[in-house]
Design a protein. Sequence first.
Length: 132
Amino acid sequence: LKRSGNGVLLRVSAQNKANRKRWNPTYVLKAEMNQTKGTEFDSKVFGAQIINTMKIRKIDFSQVFELSRTTYAESSTDRGDTFALLALQASKQIGPRWAVMATADYTKNMSSDETAYSYNRFTLNAGLGYHF
């Protein structure tokens, strides 16, 4: 179960900067290769993400959908995971450098090793941001 090793991440994105009212998508393709000393975390990830941004009054919103597939070719269980994420993010400027932020997301990980690695998770986050 050793996680130390090398990792390579490739991310390609295209963004629509038309500044439309409701539909301003960013499309992302990603590939990740991890070479760990142990075989259980030696993995390859291929995925896609769509991020839409819009402004309603003075609040910035982002909607995120991500789908990725992770394979663990050297794993003793021949494990493979499918990961799905749906998120809503909001931020509002409360001063020249400060913003209030909130995020709600739902994550589902479907694994071939269901008892150990499959899960559903809903999270809420709130924060305060400062722009330098």
